[in-house]
Design a protein around this ligand. Structure first.
Ligand code: SIN
Ligand code: FE2
Length: 177
């Protein structure tokens, strides 16, 4: 992960509405999720450098495939990994992951460092949400009928974690293309 961030540094991207996200992001894999004034999309390279995103580490592929298989989605081969870095106060409002081409593939999320509260709702933004505490090493998989359910992360509480310092890192492994 340090090698990915050295090649493609974390950056706070701008939403189509002009809001600078509190979560800093980078990517690895054949495609990376980006947002700017033009919209949300998957891009083959880092728009900041023009270079392709760093390759997906073998360990990421293995963890994603094992977690997906255990959740009932065998044969998952992600081609995109969005890496989110939350510092104290950073949050991700309720959204759907819908920029991927084929929503039959699940999403695998790996949490590292400081704990956070994950919100998991339903197909409509106003649907009730469950709050799930995510700690270092937790893996969440959503797919099938829940694939397009809304989800988000509440503002990160301050703390210090031996793996990440004053931050939470989240990997979401996706099949984008
Ligand atoms: C995401 O929805 O892309 C990230 C979720 C998380 O940080 O747990
Ligand atoms: Fe998401």
């Amino acid at each position: 992960m340090a090698a990915v961030a050295a090649a493609a540094p974390f950056r706070r991207m701008v939403t189509p509405g002009g809001y600078t996200m509190s979560v800093a992001m980078t990517n690895c894999g054949a495609a990376g999720w980006v947002t700017d004034r033009a919209g949300y999309r998957y891009a083959p390279g880092d728009p900041d450098s023009g270079a392709p995103w760093p390759a997906m580490p073998e360990t990421f592929l293995r963890i994603a495939a094992e977690a997906a298989a255990e959740a009932g989605y065998p044969g998952f081969v992600p081609d995109a990994c969005l890496i989110n870095r939350y510092e104290p106060g950073a949050k991700l409002s309720l959204h759907q992951d819908r920029d991927e081409r084929d929503h039959r593939h699940p999403i695998v999320s790996v949490s590292l460092g400081l704990p956070a509260t994950f919100q998991f709702g339903g197909p409509k933004r106003a649907d009730p949400v469950r709050r799930i505490a995510l700690r270092h090493g937790d893996v969440v998989v959503w797919g099938g009928p829940a694939r397009l359910h809304h989800h988000g992360v509440l503002a990160l509480k301050d703390g210090d974690h031996k793996a990440t310092g004053r931050a939470r890192i989240n990997l979401t492994l996706r099949r984008a293309l």
